[in-house]
Design a protein around this ligand. Structure first.
Ligand SMILES: [Zn+2]
Ligand SMILES: [Zn+2]
Length: 447
């Protein structure tokens, strides 16, 4: 038995615990659905060919489990046709799982947040079932899903789509496990603790997350650098980021994700999308690093360092860049790999080696043969100033200094952008080409 049924034709979930099946807009819904099902039954239509499926655990796991309806002692019941579907529901939640749920709620409460277990969030005609949902700051919602080694792998069906569905509907998915094989999956931002008995999990003592959280090491690519340049054997003089695994306490993770000071990030390296958690400060620095004049980092609330942020949590920090000045053309350079400094990856194209660069260089050469750069020195000065401001931002560590410098860079970037627009318009030139030529000139000429 289950008390949530999915109606295939109507494409709605029916909640049998409610008189109106949770559809006040459809009067007499139960009578209609029940009579139809009985009618099919009398005709001998197999249950699997009728309209009803399990809308509970089975559907959550992506299993189509046929059901039929019956009345027992005046109660409405939905019955699985197959025994194996029924068994999916009676698998008891392990003590360890319960201990985790309680621990999450306790940690959240100690941090001033609220939460609940087994939460159903209505979205349109269906809903999302969340293991433990923490209501964080500024409407942030963290959906904890605990998958322990006590369950079989069927619990992992559709992780990516379930996580994506949650994220799309404003719930930041936070999947936790005690099994190494699960933690190594890249389908969501897994965190892992060691395999521990329930009484240890339930205790108030330290419970560590041993994988899934990283600190980003920001470094400058010069002769003093500890890491090799991700772009090649030489030193490029740019700033890079290298992620390093770091343990974090489970309770801190619960509270800081709710506060928005620990956030999920993802980036593509080769064919793999890596997903893990970092501090919001690291995420901001990474955004700064990966930004360009035309793709400025997202505006952040000044108060974010203390935990509050009005920004919605996001898995794709660079997905919605705010541009201070919107250029009418496409960005001049190909999108940089989000975290090109990841070690052991094939070297990603740096700005200098971008495919368009050769062409730009050719343009410059043509310009040079005309005797001049073809660009007013005012533009060159402004671009140099913007690039210098961006470089300085990469070298700062202090949060407040970074905020000031980020603004300085924004201003400098806006200045060069509007100057380029003005120049191109006045000279009736393609703005995109002017910008590309300018950058190529400034960034490829030794100063
Ligand atoms: Zn079911
Ligand atoms: Zn480098």
């Amino acid at each position: 038995m289950a008390n949530v049924v999915w109606h295939k034709k109507l494409r709605i979930l029916l909640d049998l615990t409610r008189d109106d099946l949770d559809h006040p807009e459809l009067p007499d819904l139960w009578d209609t659905v029940y009579k139809t099902d009985r009618f099919y039954g009398r005709l001998g239509v197999p249950v699997s060919e009728r309209d009803l499926q399990c809308g509970g655990v089975c559907r959550d796991l992506g299993v189509e489990a046929p059901m039929h309806l019956r009345m027992r002692g005046g109660r409405r019941e939905a019955v699985h046709e197959r025994r194996e579907d029924e068994e999916r529901h009676i698998a008891p939640m392990s003590d360890e799982h319960k201990a985790y749920q309680e621990r999450i709620l306790r940690a959240a409460e100690e941090g001033g947040f609220t939460g609940d277990s087994e939460v159903r969030t209505r979205i349109g005609r269906s809903w999302i079932q969340t293991d433990t949902l923490v209501e964080g700051a500024d409407g942030r919602r963290i959906g904890w899903e605990v998958q322990l080694s006590t369950i079989d792998e069927s619990g992992l069906r559709g992780v990516r789509s379930r996580a994506a569905k949650a994220a799309k509907n404003g719930i930041t998915p936070a999947w936790h496990t005690d099994r190494l094989a699960y933690a190594q999956r890249n389908d969501t931002h897994w965190t892992r603790s060691d395999h521990l008995p329930a009484f240890v999990i339930a205790r108030t003592g330290d419970l560590r997350i041993v994988s899934g959280f990283r600190v980003l090491d920001f470094w400058h690519c010069d002769i003093h650098a500890l890491y090799p340049c991700p772009y090649g054997v030489r030193r490029c003089g740019k700033a890079h980021a290298t992620p390093k695994p770091r343990d974090v306490l489970f309770d801190d993770m619960v509270r800081q994700t709710a506060a928005g000071t620990i956030v999920p990030i993802q980036f593509r390296a080769g064919k793999t999308v890596h997903r893990y958690w970092v501090t919001s400060a690291d995420r901001d620095r990474l955004d700064d690093l990966n930004s360009d004049d035309t793709r400025l980092p997202p505006e952040r609330e000044a108060a974010q360092a203390s935990g509050a942020s009005r920004n919605r949590p996001t898995c794709q920090p660079a997905a919605t860049p705010i541009t201070a000045v919107t250029p009418p053309s496409t960005p001049a350079l190909p999108v940089l790999p989000a975290l090109s400094a990841l070690p052991l990856q094939p070297s990603a194209p740096a700005i200098e080696t971008a495919p368009a660069a050769a062409e730009q260089q050719a343009n410059i050469t043509r310009q040079a043969t005309e005797g001049v750069t073809g660009l007013p020195s005012e533009l060159i000065t402004l671009q140099q100033a913007a690039d210098d401001a961006h470089l300085r931002l990469q070298q700062l560590h202090d949060h407040h200094e970074r905020q000031l410098q980020r603004q300085a860079w924004r201003d400098a970037a806006a200045a060069v952008q509007s100057a380029v627009t003005h120049y191109a318009r006045t000279k009736r030139l393609n703005r995109h080409e002017v910008e590309a030529r300018l950058r190529s000139l400034v960034r490829h000429t030794a100063r």
